[in-house]
Write a protein that binds this ligand. Structure first.
Ligand SMILES: CC(C)(COP(=O)(O)OP(=O)(O)OC[C@H]1O[C@@H](n2cnc3c(N)ncnc32)[C@H](O)[C@@H]1OP(=O)(O)O)[C@@H](O)C(=O)NCCC(=O)NCCS
Length: 229
């Protein structure tokens, strides 16, 4: 039984996250495509959206986090959230019994609360180490992000997915996301043609969040967001 801990991201996580994107996406991308994909996560995401991004650590699995200088930004690095995810991982591989455990990234979520759309939070990237998949790890990352977004007054979470990434489509549907209307259907899912430029078709997913009870004691209710898709 391995213990997985969830913490807020910080800037030093950028390099291991890029390495993760380049190696963990092998089921849907060639190595060249994965390297190209990693360019969609420049360092600025970990400089400006670390407070709403999450890192899952495991001692024996994942990509090592090398020490970097402290974040100069206030609130950039606050250590663990104190949340412990207990997941049964028996195949932890070499290094599990190391006397000096090294912090490794076994999963991550990079997301933010939209500055322009006050009701919307957005998940830009999520990844789970291949050895830890299908055990509810990404679900826990998403549920933590949903709870933090709802607590901050966000009413919906959005994510954009490539039509070729079938595991991600299935995952988002399992997490309660619904696709916006598109220009055509692919495998029963509406797709926006040229969404991110010529030839870059995308699925636009949205999940509504339950509004937490207010200070006056009103009960939570699902709210319809006003932001356009
Ligand atoms: C997509 C990904 C994040 C899922 O992570 P995971 O930890 O295996 O997912 P979970 O175990 O938390 O699954 C949550 C739900 O999604 C479903 N799901 C996850 N992966 C699935 C797959 N490949 N096919 C079908 N359903 C899947 C699970 O069945 C589960 O539903 P349930 O709770 O109703 O049974 C992981 O496969 C991954 O890192 N892929 C490579 C990176 C990627 O493509 N990221 C998304 C685009 S940014």
């Amino acid at each position: 039984m391995a213990q997985l801990t969830l913490r807020q991201a910080h800037e030093a996580d950028h390099a291991p996250i890029v390495a993760a994107i380049q190696t963990w996406w092998g089921d849907t991308r060639t190595p060249d495509e994965a390297r190209e994909l990693s360019l969609l996560l420049p360092r600025l995401f970990l400089q400006h959206f670390a407070a709403t991004s999450l890192i899952l650590n495991e001692v024996g699995i994942g990509i090592e986090v090398k020490a970097e200088a402290e974040d100069p930004t206030p609130g950039g690095a606050t250590g663990t959230t104190g949340v412990t995810l207990v997941t049964d991982v028996t195949d932890a591989g070499p290094g599990t019994s190391s006397a000096q455990p090294t912090e490794r990234i076994a999963g991550f979520l990079v997301g933010f609360h939209s500055p322009d759309r006050p009701g919307t939070a957005y998940i830009h990237f999520v990844g789970v180490h291949p050895k830890l998949r299908h055990q509810g790890v990404a679900r826990q990352l998403y549920e933590r992000f949903f709870a933090q977004a709802a607590a901050a007054g966000r009413q919906e979470v959005r994510a954009i997915v490539s039509p070729a990434n079938k595991p991600s489509i299935a995952f988002h549907r399992a997490m309660g996301f619904e696709p916006d209307a598109g220009d055509y259907e692919s495998n029963g899912v509406p797709v926006h043609r040229d969404y991110d430029g010529p030839g870059h078709d995308r699925i636009s997913f949205r999940r509504l969040l339950a509004v937490p009870p207010t200070a006056t004691g009103a009960t939570g209710a699902t709210s319809t967001a006003t932001a356009p898709g």
